[in-house]
Design a protein around this ligand. Structure first.
Ligand code: AMP
Ligand code: ZN
Length: 113
């Protein structure tokens, strides 16, 4: 059995506020939101970091971006805009080693880069 917290969220072992789910992708609310809207979009498949993506995952990554669009529509931030963030490993500030895309919006976000 996996010890990974996001695998446990994906398979329902740990409760979370799920916003979207299909065979490949799950989206849920970040437990510690840093913006008015702060969701996490993850692959069901355990991929530790963005650096671990393989060519065969290209379609999956494209699908994640489509799920982000769908959530942006549902939560009315498609027009106002949003930010997708992926932290990678220590210097990138990654804390959970199961690939996740932060979807942030619902307010004017500070300049980042
Ligand atoms: P990162 O620093 O990019 O690895 O981001 C990990 C994110 O996961 C943080 O924003 C946490 O607030 C969030 N997080 C950790 N545990 C949970 C959980 N059980 N449910 C929802 N979000 C979580
Ligand atoms: Zn995992």
């Amino acid at each position: 059995m996996s010890e990974c917290i996001f695998c446990k969220i994906a398979n329902g072992e740990i409760k979370s506020e799920i916003l979207y789910k299909d065979e490949q992708v799950v989206a849920f609310k970040d437990i510690s939101p840093r913006a008015a809207i702060h969701f996490l979009i993850i692959p069901v498949k355990h991929i530790p970091t963005v650096y671990d993506l393989e060519e065969e995952d290209n379609e999956l990554v494209g699908h994640i971006f489509q799920v982000a669009k769908k959530l942006a529509d549902e939560y009315n931030i498609a027009e106002s805009g949003y930010r997708l963030v992926v932290n990678c490993k220590e210097d990138g500030g990654q804390e959970v080693f199961h690939l996740h895309f932060h979807l942030l919006g619902g307010e004017k976000l500070g300049a980042f880069c």
